[in-house]
Design a protein around this ligand. Structure first.
Ligand SMILES: Cc1cc2nc3c(=O)[nH]c(=O)nc-3n(C[C@H](O)[C@H](O)[C@H](O)COP(=O)(O)O)c2cc1C
Length: 182
């Protein structure tokens, strides 16, 4: 699949076939994610891949603030990636000490996580696996369920599985609405 097709044809998938994605395939996707760019190449993104049904149920019960739309997606997802990142590094010139180098402060860590998130979704799509990013999440609760180390915080959940729907393209703004030349 070429890059343009991959970017344009990825959709959020919220219905999945009753078929698990094997862990080797998920490892291949993470292997692709390693190539995402990051602030000073600090590579702060982490991926906790949950394919245990009981744990996914816990995420539905406690991890999405009761948002029924996300609960419904989790009810048929075959896997969930907890995308987290190591706190307190991106945005600094020295990851171990010092102030943040720009006016954006630590915002660059969320920026890194966003790039990692899209890379994961595109890599999965290229391998025939559907994904849906969740921003409506309970970070603290998910940290507990995923047993994240203290140094990490949750950026997003990404459900994944073999898609059982083919949603039409969601509307997009026109080129002239979102760009300007000078
Ligand atoms: C940061 C972010 C948070 C999102 N949160 C949710 C969410 O909580 N639940 C959900 O079903 N979709 C969520 N989405 C998916 C968007 O609704 C979706 O990407 C958008 O409508 C465009 O559709 P497409 O992904 O099919 O192109 C989120 C997407 C992003 C990038």
């Amino acid at each position: 699949m070429d890059a343009i097709t991959m970017i344009k044809e990825r959709r959020s998938i919220r219905k999945y076939k009753n078929k698990r994605v094997d862990r080797e395939t998920m490892r291949e996707i993470i292997d692709i994610c390693r190539w995402a760019p990051s602030w000073a190449n600090f590579q702060i993104a982490r991926y906790t891949l949950i394919d245990d049904e009981e744990k996914i149920k816990s995420l539905a019960t406690d991890g999405v603030k009761g948002f029924t739309y996300n609960i419904k997606t989790l009810e048929n997802a075959k896997g969930v990636a907890v995308l987290s990142f190591v706190k307190g590094k991106s945005g600094k010139l020295d990851p171990e000490k010092g102030d943040y180098a720009t006016d954006k402060g630590n915002v660059w860590e969320a920026f890194d996580a966003g790039i990692a998130c899209q890379t994961f979704c595109l890599a999965a799509h290229a391998k025939g696996i559907g994904t849906c990013i969740f921003g409506v999440i309970d970070e603290e609760s998910i940290s507990g369920i995923a047993n994240l180390p203290e140094e990490e915080t949750v950026a997003a959940l990404i459900t994944y599985g073999y898609g059982d729907e083919n949603p039409p393209a969601t509307p997009r703004k026109q080129v002239d609405e979102i760009s300007r030349f000078m």
